[in-house]
Design a protein around this ligand. Structure first.
Ligand SMILES: [Mg+2]
Length: 248
């Protein structure tokens, strides 16, 4: 199959929590209305060291939050902020017809509410969200995460979602444009190797992991950095990607 004229110059897959938003919603709930930051940090360390799966550790954190789900959403809408460069980045991608796909280990109703509130109604139409879900018991108001890939130790196997997206949209080895992934934490480990370039957030766990596992990455502080680097890479048709890799 020849390259389609309508193919975008790139596809951007991105983590949501702590990447598009400054605060990780799930961490924020756990720290403030769940069992708190000390216990969460200990579990996070176990996940990073591989002695606990992301899925099970994450489940423990969420189980400690017993506030009804709609109140959790209200709490997050009041407290979670958007990366300062994301809106401009999103509008630039929309103008270039570059798809932006959120690949998240969080829960869709939370991401949806924040995306609508922080970016706008049009973002809901344009940005696909591939994530876990939630089930709410209407009588007791208790809620629980519904993993997209319950068999996976990640709960949501992000690498699988990227592959599914590409397959669903007719991309193969001959017509796939430049692929980027942006992330910050342990939930991104499963996606880290799937794209042409991994953007890893400065000072966060994904960098530690990428160095340890020798996964090439480039750092970002915010989406203004990502916009600047992706613009440069697209202008060079991807030939300068290696110049951005920081752990050669
Ligand atoms: Mg994250």
């Amino acid at each position: 199959m020849t390259k389609q004229i309508s193919s975008p110059p790139a596809i951007v897959f991105t983590d949501w929590d702590g990447t598009v938003t400054l605060q990780d919603s799930n961490d924020y709930l756990t720290d403030n209305i769940g069992f708190g930051k000390a216990r969460r940090s200990a579990i996070n360390q176990e996940i990073l060291e591989g002695t606990q799966s992301f899925r099970d550790g994450f489940q423990e954190m969420l189980d400690s939050v017993t506030t009804p789900f709609p109140e959790c959403i209200d709490f997050l809408l009041k407290n979670v902020q958007l990366d300062p460069g994301f809106k401009e980045f999103y509008h630039w991608c929309a103008a270039k017809k570059i798809p932006v796909i959120v690949i998240s280990s969080g829960m869709k109703p939370i991401i949806y509410a924040l995306l609508k509130n922080l970016v706008g109604e049009d973002a809901i139409q344009n940005i696909e969200i591939i994530s876990n879900g939630v089930k709410i018991n209407e009588e007791t108001k208790e809620w629980d995460i519904v993993y997209k890939d319950p068999q996976s130790p990640f709960g949501h196997d992000k690498s699988n979602s990227i592959k599914e997206y590409l397959e669903k949209h007719g991309y193969n080895s001959t017509n796939t444009p430049l692929l980027f992934y942006c992330g910050d934490g342990v939930s991104d480990i499963s996606a880290a190797k799937e794209t042409n370039l991994l953007f890893a957030k400065h000072g966060k766990d994904l960098i530690k992991y990428s160095i340890r596992e020798k996964i090439p990455y480039t750092e970002f502080n915010n989406f203004a950095d990502i916009l600047s680097k992706i613009t440069s890479i697209i202008d060079a048709d991807g030939k300068n990607i290696n110049e951005f890799i920081e752990n050669k």
